[in-house]
Design a protein around this ligand. Structure first.
Ligand code: IPM
Ligand code: MG
Length: 367
């Protein structure tokens, strides 16, 4: 009997509620294929700040490193919002674990569940056939570059200012671009064979280097079509012709922004999962946030978390059939008309609006 060790990071807000449903589905899928999961919970984000004074306690990294995969829910909330650089912030937990585990590849699939197609704000004919994979570089660029906030003489005194200055730097090394490009081409080979590389090569030096390296790697994949697109134009094309995109590869900050835009094309952020991969333990999490406004009410949509489990089984454990089962189960539950509050519409009968736990049970029943 195979047994995998899972590090569970429920985090904040709706995190604990949705991760419980993810675990339920994970165990049910495991039971079907003779695999068991031993879960160990650890703290990350705001709850870790409250308990340990830091968003990423050392014990959490120890548990993560000793596990076969990490399942995370969400971090953050108004309680911990601050612009004071001296205070800890929940997001530091997320950024810290990405860096510490070397999770440089972030895969964000954007797909439409046909039962939910009406939820998109775009016309049905525009979103017809949307199925893309955003490959976001996750451990470099502006997010991890040198940054500083300081005071100097210039500007001091005017309008009550103390002459504050701040900067962030966008830096990439060749190998960082090379390895993410390779991930994108490999992903495209298993999909529709097209990579769109997004940059700002008309302005940024990092982007010019990005473009050169992506093309060099692309030469090793003559079977994959490669197009370059500037990031501002990409923002337009994503809503103009979303179905044309297959794999979209881009640097950390552009990927952060464009993946939210791409998620909105589906109209149901509560459905989108993500995988963060490196050379060791990988991490899986929903693309949405911690939704503090509905936390603790049992109404959050657990499907993105459940689909994160699907990605985990697929990418970390090679359990393709179990992963396909979860995907099929979710699709069937939606096709039968079951909805959580965030994905219901005017036509949803009241008796088909379900809570977090019931949605998890429905998916298990369809496995
Ligand atoms: C994401 C989130 C994070 C990011 C935040 C919470 C730090 O927006 O995963 O996209 O910017 O990477
Ligand atoms: Mg984001």
């Amino acid at each position: 009997m195979t047994n995998y060790k899972i590090c569970l990071l429920p985090g904040d807000g709706i995190g604990p509620e949705i991760i419980a449903e993810g675990v339920k589905v994970m165990n049910a899928a495991g039971a079907k294929y003779g695999v068991t999961f031993a879960c160990t919970e650890a703290l990350i984000g705001g709850c870790a700040i409250d308990a340990a004074g830091t968003a990423l306690p050392d014990e959490t990294l120890e548990v993560a490193n000793a596990s076969d995969a990490v399942l995370l829910a969400a971090v953050g909330g108004p309680k911990w919002d601050t612009t004071d650089p001296a205070k800890p912030r929940p997001e530091q937990g997320l950024l810290g674990i990405r860096k510490a585990l070397g999770l440089y590849t972030n895969l964000r699939p954007v797909q439409i569940f046909s039962a939910l197609a009406d939820a998109s704000t775009l016309k049905p004919e525009v979103i017809d056939g949307v199925d893309m994979m955003i490959v976001r570089e996750l451990t470099g660029g502006l997010y991890f570059g040198k940054r500083e906030r300081f005071y100097d003489e210039e500007g001091a005194g005017a309008l009550g200012a103390r002459g504050q200055r701040a900067y962030d730097t966008l830096e990439y090394r060749e190998y960082e671009i090379e390895r993410i490009a390779r991930q994108a081409f490999e992903a495209a080979r298993k999909r529709r064979g097209k990579v769109t590389s997004v940059d700002k090569a008309n302005v940024l030096e990092t982007s010019r280097m990005w473009r050169e390296i992506v093309h060099r790697v692309g030469a090793e994949y003559p079977d994959v079509e490669l197009e370059d697109l500037l990031v501002d134009n990409t923002a337009m094309q994503l809503i103009n012709r979303p179905a044309d995109f297959d794999v979209v590869v881009t640097e950390n900050m552009f990927g952060d922004i464009l993946s939210d835009e791409a998620a909105q094309i589906t109209g149901s952020l509560g459905m989108l999962a993500s995988a963060s991969l490196g050379d060791g333990v990988a991490l899986y999490e929903p693309s949405h946030g911690s939704a503090p406004d509905i936390a603790g009410r049992g109404i959050a949509n657990p499907l993105a978390q459940i689909l994160s489990v699907e990605m985990m089984l697929r990418y970390s454990f090679g359990m393709t059939e179990a992963a396909d089962d979860i995907k099929r189960a979710v699709t069937e539950v939606l096709d039968e008309g079951w909805r959580t509050g965030d994905i219901k519409d005017a036509e949803t009968p009241a008796d088909h609006v379900v809570g977090t736990v019931q949605m998890g049970d429905l998916v298990v029943a369809h496995l």
